[in-house]
Design a protein around this ligand. Structure first.
Ligand code: WTA
Length: 706
C-alpha cells in the first residue's frame, strides 16, 4: 500500500488524498464507515449499459467484418485502424452530399488536421431535415424556461422552419459563406436556430456566454470581425432580469465590422433603439420558411468558440463541419448510453460553452434525439429545481457540473425527497474534477445506486468527450471520481512525470494524446502559430491537453487538474493572466498575482494579491477592493471576480523578478509552516508582511456565497 502522505505531496493541488488512491475504494470505505453511509464499492457497468455494437450505426458492420465484440476490441481497432474505424462511422452517422475520398490527413507536428477530405455535406441538414423526413413531429427541443412548469416543446419540423427563416434573414443582411455571426443569448430556441441557420448558409457562428461583460463581448466580436450579432432584449435567470441588449449596444459601439444587431423582443420595455437594430419578429415574418442548405466542405469552419488560455487573450478555437459533428454525435450516444428513439437528454450546461454546443445542440440533434434547453439555475426557485424538472420532463440522462452537485449536496437530501427520479438512466459530470463525496451523493441519492456516473473528461479543444467510464463492457468497474477509459480513437499517454517512482505502479504526470480524432479543434482563429505553440510544441507529435492525470496499471485515468495557469471556477475556464490583465486597467495598480485555492463548492476559488502604486497607497482599502472587483466585472464577467483581494506592500519574487505563486498559494491555504525552498526569494521578509495582511484582512473566502 503506498503512503497517502507521499501521494499528497505529489498529487496536484486540490485533490484530497483518498480520492487519489488507486481504485480509491479502500479510502472510500474507511471514510464512509465514519460517516455511516454505505461506500460506493463494487460499482460495475450494468448489462443494460454495456457497450453494444449491434445497436449503433457503423459499429455493427465493423463488428461483423473484423470480429470485434467488446469495448476493448473496438478501442484497439480504432487506434490501429483509425481510418477504417472513423470512415465506417462517418458514412453511417452522417448524410453526405458527396462522399469523402480520404478519411484523414493529420499531422500533430505541424498542427495540420483534416478529416473526411473531399466530402460535402450540410450540418443543419444532418441535424434537422433528415429527421423531419422521418419524424417531423418528434420533439427536438424542450425549452425549460426560468419559471418552472412553463416549458415549451419544439418539434423537428418547427425547428427547421425557424432555422430556414432565420437563415433567409441572415442572407438578406448579406451574411455569406465564411462570414462570422456572434450569438449572445441564453439557452433558448433562438440560440439553437441561430447556430443551425449559420450552418445552413455556411456562416461561422461564435456564441458568447451571456454572462460575459460588454468588454469581453467586444473583444470577441473584434477578434473575429463579426458581421452581425443575434441577441435578445432581456433574459431572466433565477428570477432576475438581465438586459442583454444594453450590453450588446455598449460592445458594438467599437466594432466597425458589425452591420446589424438582430433583436428578439421578450419584454415590453422598448429600450433605446440604435441604427443597427433589426427586430427579429418583423424580419422573420417577412421571409420564406424554406432555405436550401449550402453545400459545405468537410473542413469548412462551423464555429469559433473563445476560451481562456495561459495568456491574457482568449483564443477563438475553430471547429469544422464533418469531423466535429460526427464526434459529438457518436460520443453523445455511446458515452451516455443515449437511445435517440426514446430518451430525453438533459444537459444543463449553457449553450455558450462547448458542453452546450456538443451535448445540448449538435450531438443530440445529429442523432435525432430530444434535448432539454435549461434556462434557469439549480437553485431557482429552490434546490429541488433539477429533481422537479427530471420528474416532469422524464429526463433519462442528466449531465451537470460537479459544482452544481456540491452546491446541492450542501443543501441537504430533503430536496430530493418526493421526486420521482426513476426515469434517470445515466448521470454525467464534466468541467472539473469531482470529489468523492459529490460522486457518491450523486450515485447514491440521485441515481439510487442504479445509474452509472460518467465522469467525462474533455475540453473545448477536443470537441467531445475523450475519457469517460462509458463505453465499457458489462461488469467492468466504475471507480468513483475517475474518468477512466479513453474513448474510441483516443490514445492518451502520461508524460513529463517526476512522480513515476513514488506512484508505484501508477503513472502521474501531464496528459497528452498521441493521434488525431475527428472532433479535435483545427486551430486558433487568426493565429496558427499560437495553436502549434500551445498544443504541439511541448512534446512534438503529441497533443498537449494542459491537464495532469494519473494512470493506473489497468489503463484507467484520473484527471487531476490543469498543469498551466488556467483555473476552473465552477467548471468555467479562466486564465490567471486574463484576470491580472483586467486588474491592470485600474490606474492605481502596480502589480498583481492571481492564484486559486481549493473551494468546497466551486472546486477552485480565486485570491488576488495586489500591490498599489505609491500614489494610491493611502487610499481607503475597501474602496480600492470594490474598484478592482468592478474592473473585473466590466472586463470579463462576475464569475471571474476573486473571493479575496488582498492589498500588499510587495509580492514574493525570485531574484530574476518572477512572482513565486507557489508561496502565495501556501499563504492562501494557510499552509505557512514550511515554505520549502525559498533560497531564490529576493527578499524573504516580504513573506511575513503578506502573511500578516492575509490574517488581518481575509474574510474566509470559502464562505462566499455560491
Ligand atoms: C477540466 C469543458 C477533471 C480540465 C468540457 C480541462 C475536467 C478543462 C473534466 C476544459 C473532468 C473537464 N475531470 N477535469 N471530468 N472535464 N475538465 O474547455 O482541466 O471549458 O482542461 O471544456 O476542464 O474546460 P472547457
Amino acid at each position: 500500500m503506498r503512503d497517502p502522505r507521499l501521494l499528497a505531496r505529489l498529487v496536484p493541488r486540490k485533490w484530497n488524498v483518498d480520492a487519489c488512491l488507486k481504485h480509491s475504494n479502500a479510502a472510500a470505505v474507511e471514510k464512509n464507515k465514519k460517516n455511516s453511509t454505505p461506500a460506493c464499492v463494487d460499482v460495475y457497468v450494468p448489462a443494460s449499459h454495456a457497450f453494444n455494437p449491434a445497436v449503433l450505426p457503423g459499429f455493427v458492420g465493423l463488428a461483423e467484418q473484423h470480429g470485434l465484440k467488446s469495448y476493448k476490441d473496438f478501442h484497439r481497432f480504432s487506434l490501429e485502424n483509425s481510418d477504417q474505424f472513423w470512415g465506417a462511422l462517418g458514412s453511417a452517422y452522417l448524410d453526405w452530399q458527396k462522399d469523402f475520398t480520404t478519411v484523414q490527413e493529420s499531422n500533430f507536428k505541424t498542427g495540420d488536421i483534416k478529416w473526411f477530405l473531399g466530402g460535402k455535406l450540410n450540418v443543419s441538414y444532418n441535424c434537422l431535415d433528415r429527421h423531419v423526413a422521418r419524424t417531423p413531429d418528434k420533439t427536438a427541443l424542450i425549452w425549460e424556461k426560468d419559471e418552472p412548469g412553463k416549458e415549451e416543446r419544439i418539434t423537428y419540423s418547427q425547428l427547421l422552419g425557424m432555422t430556414c427563416r432565420l437563415a433567409n434573414v441572415l442572407k438578406q443582411a448579406n451574411v455569406k459563406h465564411g462570414d462570422r455571426v456572434v450569438i449572445y443569448l441564453p439557452n433558448c430556441p433562438l440560440a439553437v436556430a441561430g447556430m443551425m441557420a449559420c450552418a445552413r448558409i455556411g456562416a461561422i457562428h461564435s456564441l458568447v456566454f451571456a454572462g460575459f461583460s460588454a468588454d469581453a463581448l467586444r473583444d470577441r466580436i473584434q477578434n473575429c470581425e463579426a458581421k452581425v450579432v443575434i441577441t435578445v432584449d432581456e433574459m431572466t435567470r433565477g428570477g432576475k432580469v438581465i438586459g442583454l441588449k444594453k450590453i450588446v449596444d455598449a460592445a458594438v459601439k467599437d466594432c466597425p465590422s458589425v452591420q446589424a444587431v438582430f433583436l428578439e423582443q421578450r419584454s415590453k420595455n422598448e429600450g433605446k433603439a440604435t441604427k443597427l437594430d433589426v427586430r427579429l419578429h418583423d424580419a422573420l415574418s417577412g421571409v420564406d420558411a424554406i432555405c436550401k442548405p449550402e453545400v459545405m466542405d468537410s473542413e469548412d469552419p462551423l464555429f469559433l468558440l473563445y476560451t481562456s488560455g495561459s495568456t491574457g487573450k482568449p483564443k477563438g478555437l475553430i471547429h469544422t463541419q464533418a469531423g466535429y459533428l460526427l464526434y459529438a454525435a457518436v460520443t453523445q450516444q455511446v458515452a451516455f448510453n443515449y437511445s435517440p428513439a426514446e430518451d430525453v437528454f438533459g444537459c444543463v450546461a449553457d449553450v455558450g460553452w462547448i458542453t452546450g454546443h456538443s451535448y445540448i445542440v449538435y450531438g443530440p440533434l445529429a442523432n435525432g434525439g430530444t434535448t432539454v434547453l435549461f434556462e434557469s439555475t439549480p437553485l431557482y426557485p429552490n434546490p429541488s429545481r433539477y429533481w422537479e424538472m427530471v420528474e416532469r420532463l422524464k429526463i433519462n440522462q442528466l449531465y451537470l457540473s460537479p459544482t452544481a452537485v456540491r452546491s446541492l449536496l450542501k443543501r441537504g437530501d430533503e430536496h430530493l425527497r418526493d421526486h420521482d427520479l426513476s426515469s434517470l438512466k445515466t448521470l454525467g459530470v464534466v468541467g472539473e474534477p469531482i470529489n468523492h463525496e459529490a460522486w457518491e451523493w450523486l450515485y447514491d441519492k440521485v441515481g439510487n445506486r442504479k445509474c452509472p456516473i460518467v465522469d467525462t473528461y474533455w475540453q473545448t479543444e477536443t470537441g467531445g468527450v475523450i475519457i469517460a467510464p462509458l463505453p465499457a463492457d458489462a461488469g467492468d468497474p466504475i471507480y468513483p471520481s475517475m474518468a477512466m477509459r479513453p474513448f474510441f480513437g483516443i490514445d492518451p499517454i502520461i508524460e513529463n512525470s517526476e512522480a513515476l517512482v513514488d506512484h508505484g505502479a501508477d503513472l502521474a504526470g501531464a496528459i497528452y494524446i498521441k493521434q488525431a480524432w475527428p472532433g479535435i479543434t483545427r486551430g486558433v482563429y487568426g493565429d496558427q502559430q499560437r495553436f502549434v505553440e500551445t498544443y504541439f510544441s511541448q512534446s512534438p507529435g503529441h497533443y498537449c491537453t494542459g491537464d495532469g492525470a494519473i494512470e493506473t496499471p489497468e489503463g484507467y485515468f484520473r484527471v487531476t487538474g490543469r498543469t498551466d495557469e488556467v483555473i476552473n471556477i465552477s467548471g468555467h475556464r479562466l486564465g490567471t493572466a486574463e484576470i491580472e490583465d483586467a486588474l491592470d486597467l485600474h490606474d492605481g495598480l502596480s502589480e498583481s498575482a492571481v492564484i486559486s485555492f481549493p473551494h468546497s463548492v466551486k472546486g477552485e476559488g480565486l485570491v488576488a494579491f495586489v500591490v498599489m502604486k505609491d500614489s494610491h497607497a493611502k487610499d481607503d482599502r475597501k474602496k480600492i477592493v470594490k474598484e478592482l472587483k468592478d474592473v473585473i466585472k466590466m472586463k470579463i464577467a462576475s464569475y471571474a471576480v476573486p473571493e479575496e483581494i488582498l492589498i500588499c506592500q510587495s509580492l514574493p519574487k525570485t531574484r530574476s523578478g518572477k512572482i513565486m505563486r507557489r508561496i502565495l498559494k501556501q499563504i492562501a491555504t494557510s499552509k505557512t509552516d514550511d515554505f520549502g525552498d525559498t533560497s531564490t526569494l529576493a527578499d524573504p521578509y516580504v513573506l511575513e508582511a503578506i502573511i500578516a495582511t492575509w490574517s488581518e484582512t481575509h474574510t474566509h473566502a470559502e464562505n462566499t456565497k455560491t
